[in-house]
Write a protein that binds this ligand. Structure first.
Ligand code: PLP
Length: 427
């Protein structure tokens, strides 16, 4: 697989390089040089396959001969070890639930596949240190994705006392190759420490420093697979009238959905659904790219006003000669999000703010004869406090969280001091 840098089309790298490097020069995103397409008959046959076999075929179409098919299939099996069920909400709408992995969010798919790919392309005797800062969720996904992997040490920094106790339990109780550090400072201080580490060439070399960055191409490729899995679960008559609504922040999930369509998956229309951070909906309405200051909302994982995957969306539309005017969109306020969560609860479906935004726009824009699917990107229990308050009912903890709630925290404590972090990393 060859990829090019969107900021410098002359910079071309292999899949292995793109996975290791994350970004190209000038912080440019990598994008596939070839956009494979399946025949309709291939798609029909693939929709009959099981999740892991089908996903291996999809990923192989992109990655090509850089990874032998049986090796890739083995890695996909390790990564996708949990289901992505479609749950019916009403006659014409269903939710693709992406929160049945170890950290109860869609990030488990991309994070776990990236971990598998990084260890594959890094060579058996190469020592890797993954250093990442988290404000809560990414840390958990990264920790669980790399847990128990040989030659990989994971160090996660988080702001002490500023993540929820349950979030902390989810990734600071693992031990083994996962080391967590509670920094005496805020999230920005954690990020600044990570940045300093990446600027330190000597350190980088000594410990094989790498980031599990969310714009890594391997994450996006993994996310394509669950769009196919959703369609595979639908009856034939609904497959050709499918509208998919994607709760969007950095627009990685939507990019993956569009790449699934580009492979030939029959999706009639996508809806780009945002909260009040509506740079993209405004851009699609009037053609002006004018990010406002980011505002805090209930759907905090989508509080992004400069979505970093958007250049990939534009590139795909350009390459496929699709029209951006065919991309549906909308932005939903917190008040409407709350009302929508209650509306869904009345239908017997428990949701959280991100999924509710996608549902709202889908419900409002779905036309006669169409079938709608919205992405459930996180388990409602991950937003326990707000969900309980909005719905006025207690929310039981799923097993993955309940099992960790009583385990002791294994975190180290540290001042926001780079010299201390450096010494820790070199020990
Ligand atoms: C729960 C949840 N929903 C939706 C999103 C948005 O996904 P994307 O950033 O790929 O647009 C995120 C991103 O972190 C998320 O955590």
């Amino acid at each position: 697989m060859k990829l090019y840098n969107l900021k410098d089309h002359n910079e071309q790298v292999s899949f292995a390089q793109a996975v290791k490097q994350g970004l190209g020069s000038q912080q440019g995103l990598f994008f596939p040089l070839e956009l494979p397409e399946f025949e309709l008959t291939d798609i029909d046959a693939m929709l009959e396959m099981d999740f892991v076999s089908r996903s291996s075929k999809i990923l192989s179409a992109y990655i090509g001969d850089e990874i032998a098919a049986h090796q890739l299939a083995e890695r996909v099996k390790n990564a996708f070890a949990f289901p992505a069920p479609v749950s019916q909400v009403s006659d014409d709408v269903a939710c693709l639930e992406l929160f049945h992995g170890p950290t109860l969010a869609f990030k488990d798919f991309g994070g776990r596949f990236m971990a598998q790919m990084l260890s594959y392309v890094s060579g058996a005797d190469e020592q890797i240190t993954i250093l990442t800062a988290t404000s809560g969720d990414t840390g958990a996904a990264v920790a669980h994705a790399f847990y128990g992997m040989e030659n990989v040490r994971v160090v996660i920094l988080y702001p002490q006392g500023k993540i929820s106790p349950l979030q902390e339990k989810l990734f600071c109780t693992l031990g083994g190759n996962i080391e967590t550090i509670a920094i005496d400072g805020d999230f920005d201080a954690c990020q600044a420490l990570v940045k300093q580490a990446f600027d330190d060439e000597e350190l980088k070399k000594a410990i094989g420093l790498n980031s599990a960055n969310s714009i890594n191409i391997s994450r996006l490729l993994a996310q394509i697979c669950y769009y196919f899995e959703a369609v595979a679960q639908l009856p034939q008559e609904k497959r050709n009238q499918l509208v998919v609504s994607v709760p969007s922040g950095n627009f990685g999930d939507l990019t993956a959905g569009l790449l699934a369509k580009s492979l030939g998956l029959p999706i009639k229309r996508f809806i780009a659904a945002t909260n009040a951070n509506d740079t993209v909906p405004r851009f699609l309405a009037d053609g002006q790219w004018q990010p406002n200051a980011t505002v805090a909302t209930l759907s905090n994982a989508m509080d992004v006003s400069q979505p970093n995957n958007w250049p990939r969306v534009e590139e795909l539309f350009r390459r496929k000669t699709w029209r951006l005017t065919d991309l549906a969109y909308g932005a939903v306020s917190d008040e409407t999000t709350k009302a929508t969560m209650r509306e869904l609860a009345e239908l017997g479906y428990l949701s959280e703010p991100h999924a509710a935004i996608a549902y709202r726009l889908l419900r409002d824009q779905l036309q006669e004869g169409e079938f709608g699917l919205f992405l459930g990107t996180a388990h409602p229990a991950k937003f326990k406090e707000s969900v309980e308050e909005i719905l006025g009912q207690p929310l039981p903890l799923p097993e993955a969280l309940a099992a960790r709630a009583d385990l002791p925290l294994l975190s180290h404590a540290m001042k926001a001091d780079f010299a201390a972090l450096r010494a820790f990393l070199l020990k």
